[in-house]
Design a protein around this ligand. Structure first.
Ligand SMILES: Nc1ncnc2c1ncn2[C@@H]1O[C@H](COP(=O)(O)OP(=O)(O)O)[C@@H](O)[C@H]1O
Ligand SMILES: [Mg+2]
Length: 460
């Protein structure tokens, strides 16, 4: 198991920061991997990361160090995840998208455009293998949607309702990304006039069919997180305040997952609260699972943002302890090289049972059923697992059999209840499906429950 890659990036001072504080900065460069941070309250602290990109760094430096190795591996069916994290206005979207996906000079292109070019470059050099590349985009906004998230053994986490489109070349991929990005909600705060108000998740899957008839695929997930922010500093009110609270909540859920993954007995055996937010659930495989992962901590170098920069860097330093266990994904090779046990953990089984129920039941009913199974001793509550249980593969395997029975029983109960609830429930609208089919995308305005259908122009 290897630790994830964590880098820090400092953007140049903004004109507002220069106006307010001149050229002063809160960091002092030591080398390409370390720097000192000066914070008024906490004094001077040294931070080290796999790489530090200072304000003179190039977009290509970030891609080459952080993303290129992951892109190479995804073509060889090893999953990868790249996340930009940090305060609003710290440079997450700039690092991910650059100033624009379609119209920007080569040097300023962000990770997305470089990843696309990287994937197509890698597959063009593999003569004997046929590849299919697909893209889906998910925008998590206010996290109140009931988007379905599934976890299966062969596919890992998947989003069954989000349509994937096939990409035949770089131009088509960039056009698709650009159209999707246009739909992203943007709000105005005092921190950043173009700050994004949603988490944006880009999922590339690279499927290969080799001559020996073994199909394999790798998934590359890029996540441009919405920024964390102090509401008193941003002056957020009303809807923007509501957004800020939700963003901060899902980022705390991410922090809690990272905390659980890196604390406790050897960092394993803890209950990991992936289910506490859509964001962490979607990233379940990426965070400490079957994926290589790189985290880019984006920061402002201004003394006025030192405390936010400090909390971003502390998050990165904590995340550095996460261990990942990437493995080759193959549809035929059931015993793929893996460092994990070959049966689902109790936590995964519990998740599976709950997932099945959520397809058609209210959260409260699902919780009741889970409690019922737990009290009946049919499903272990992962919160109460002991270390020795977790370390003992045979015990876990034995538990798996009653779990499967419980799941079957639950599935028939769910079917009965759902027949009933279908009669009463209102229509289901995912918050963001992009694109829904070859020509449409849907955006649901939750407040009014009005679904607006956007015709996407000729690119589809
Ligand atoms: N490395 C960088 N070089 C030049 N400008 C940058 C850099 N990083 C960010 N910026 C600028 O700073 C502003 C805020 O960046 P942005 O990426 O939108 O922040 P975030 O997504 O973290 O909220 C934008 O105007 C962006 O162009
Ligand atoms: Mg942004």
């Amino acid at each position: 198991m290897a630790n994830i890659t964590v880098c820090a990036r400092f953007r140049p001072l903004s004109s507002k920061e220069r106006r307010d504080h001149g050229d002063s900065v809160c960091i002092e460069r030591i080398d390409d991997e370390a720097f000192n941070l000066k914070d008024e309250k906490e004094g001077e602290m040294k931070f080290s990361f796999d790489k530090v990109f200072y304000d003179d760094s190039k977009q290509d430096d970030v891609y080459s160090f952080l993303a290129r190795p992951i892109v190479r591996d995804v073509v060889n069916a090893i999953n990868g995840t790249i996340i930009t994290y940090g305060q609003t206005g710290a440079g997450k979207t700039y690092s991910m998208e650059g100033p624009s996906i379609l119209e920007c000079d080569d040097a300023k292109k962000g990770l997305l455009a470089r990843v696309v070019a990287g994937i197509f470059r890698e597959i063009s050099s593999a003569d004997s293998i046929k590849y299919t590349i697909k893209l889906s985009m998910v925008r998590l906004y206010l996290s109140k949607d009931n988007m379905q998230i599934k976890k299966t053994k062969s596919q890992g986490i998947s989003l069954p309702e989000v349509t994937e489109i096939s990409l035949s070349d770089i131009a088509e991929a960039l056009q698709s990304l650009s159209s999707g990005i246009c739909n992203r909600a943007v709000g105005e705060t005092q921190m950043n006039v173009g700050s994004s108000r949603s988490h944006c998740i880009y999922i590339f899957s690279v499927h290969q069919e080799s001559t020996i008839q073994k199909r394999t695929f790798g998934k590359l997930i890029l996540v441009d997180l919405a920024g964390s922010e102090k509401v008193e500093k941003t002056g957020a009110e009303g809807r923007v305040l509501e957004e800020a609270k939700t963003i901060n909540k899902s980022l705390s859920a991410l922090g809690n997952v990272v905390h659980a993954l890196t604390c406790g007995p050897n960092g394993k055996g803890n209950h990991i609260p992936y289910r506490n937010s859509k964001l962490t659930r979607i990233l379940q495989d990426s965070l400490g699972g079957n994926s290589q992962m790189a985290l880019l901590c984006c920061c402002s170098p201004s003394p006025s943002n030192a405390s936010e920069t400090l909390s971003t860097l502390r998050f990165g330093a904590r995340a550095k302890h996460i261990k990942a266990s990437p493995r080759v994904h193959s549809t035929k090779d059931k015993h793929a090289k893996t460092l994990r046990t070959s049966f689902p953990s109790k936590d995964e089984s519990c998740d599976k049972v709950a997932d099945k129920s959520r397809e058609s039941m209210d959260a409260e009913d699902v919780k009741l059923l889970q409690d019922l199974f737990t009290s009946e001793g049919r499903v272990h509550d992962p919160n109460f697992l002991t270390d020795s249980e977790l370390d003992c593969g045979e015990a876990a395997a034995a538990t798996n059999i009653p779990l499967q029975r419980a799941e079957e029983e639950l599935a028939s109960a769910v079917e009965l209840v759902s027949q009933d609830s279908r009669l009463h429930s209102s229509a289901y609208f995912p918050l963001f499906l992009w694109p829904h089919d070859d020509s449409t995308s849907f955006y649901c305005d939750r407040k009014s429950d009005v679904v607006t259908e956007n015709r996407v122009t000729d690119s589809f």
